[in-house]
Write a protein that binds this ligand. Structure first.
Ligand SMILES: [Zn+2]
Length: 330
């Protein structure tokens, strides 16, 4: 009965059971029905699609990046492809020997690429939104929980350069990101600095910028601590958005132990709006997004035009005054 004492044997059996469970179809991915985690109602997917993936109870399901771009842009738009030859796994990260699960990280990336049809966790597009030209970046939480690694960073920079070259009116990033990809170490961390520099360049070009906290979230870790708050406007897509925070509730509460209590609404849409004021608007639902962005951008663009017009008129008045003074003096 040595096998009973063999802990590895139990571990192997555990992995096999886990694999079998993983292979079972999850409620919604392989069927035409989606189960709402908030009200428990089961809804027919085509009906959800017509309602921007929002349940009757207002719960926002994840809206795939392609559908997000389709809903934001007017008609046709151009996809900004990921740069080629960017190594998403510079450390050849591998977990082996005594770990709970052994894996090569590159195999996980291949799986993300296969399931999402994307090369990185970002989908980037360029086109028109109402009367505005726009560059849009959208994270996919289905690609490694919206990882931001070296490949995502290069994709982000390519989209930013494109937006600057095309002199777009608005730059929009829809975040659903768990943060910097820990599997890529320092190479991943440099993405924080690079994305902040990219945001500064976009702003220097006079482009109006919008960060959208996509529902159901998260916006966390290094993504939360870098480019997210560099935008002119921070908009939360719905009241259901959670996990807008640098570190999770458990880690944060451990740090605060004995000195403070973590608020109930920590990292939620209401918490962010009420206690920190870090965000500007929480929308009723994501169907308001396009109109809100268009209205805000138009106000700012028209203000710029008005100011330019006023400057010309003032210069003209100054010139008249100068001529008057000059003739009196002579
Ligand atoms: Zn519901």
């Amino acid at each position: 009965m040595n096998w009973i004492k063999d802990r590895n044997w139990f571990k192997k059996i555990g992995f096999k059971i886990k694999k079998i469970i993983k292979k079972q179809p999850k409620d919604s991915e392989e069927t035409d029905w989606k189960n709402c985690p908030k009200c428990q109602k089961i809804t027919y997917k085509p009906d959800l699609f017509k309602n921007s993936y929002i349940c009757e109870c207002s719960f926002h399901f994840d809206l795939p990046p392609k559908l997000r771009l389709d809903s934001l842009f007017d008609s046709s738009y151009e996809i900004i492809e990921a740069p080629v030859n960017i190594n998403p796994d510079p450390l050849n990260f591998e977990v082996k020997g005594g770990a709970r699960e052994e894996y090569r990280y590159i195999d996980k990336i291949k799986k993300y690429r296969k399931t999402t049809g994307m090369q990185t966790a970002l989908m980037c597009g360029w086109g028109n939104i109402s009367n505005l030209s726009a560059g849009v970046v959208c994270f996919s939480p289905k690609f490694g929980a919206g990882r931001f690694g070296p490949a995502e960073c290069e994709h982000f920079l390519k989209a930013a350069n494109f937006a600057i070259q095309k002199k777009v009116d608005v730059w929009i990033v829809i975040y659903q990101s768990s943060g910097i990809d820990v599997h890529t170490g320092v190479a991943g961390l440099t993405g924080m600095t690079k994305s902040i520099i990219a945001m500064n360049e976009i702003k220097k070009a006079g482009i109006i910028t919008f960060a959208i906290a996509g529902s159901p979230g998260p916006v966390a870790g290094g993504t939360y601590a870098s480019s997210f708050f560099q935008h002119d406007f921070v908009i939360i897509e719905s009241k259901d958005v959670e996990n807008m925070l640098f570190s999770g509730k458990r880690v944060t509460s451990n740090i605060l132990k004995g000195t403070d209590q973590i608020p109930e609404d920590f990292g939620t849409a209401s918490g962010i709006m009420k206690s920190s004021g870090l965000a500007d608007i929480t929308l009723e639902n994501r169907k308001e997004l396009k109109g809100t962005i268009t209205n805000l951008a138009n106000i700012l663009l028209n203000k710029g035009e008005l100011e330019a017009k006023n400057d010309v008129e003032e210069a003209y008045e100054d010139q008249k005054d100068f001529k008057k003074t000059a003739s009196t003096a002579s």
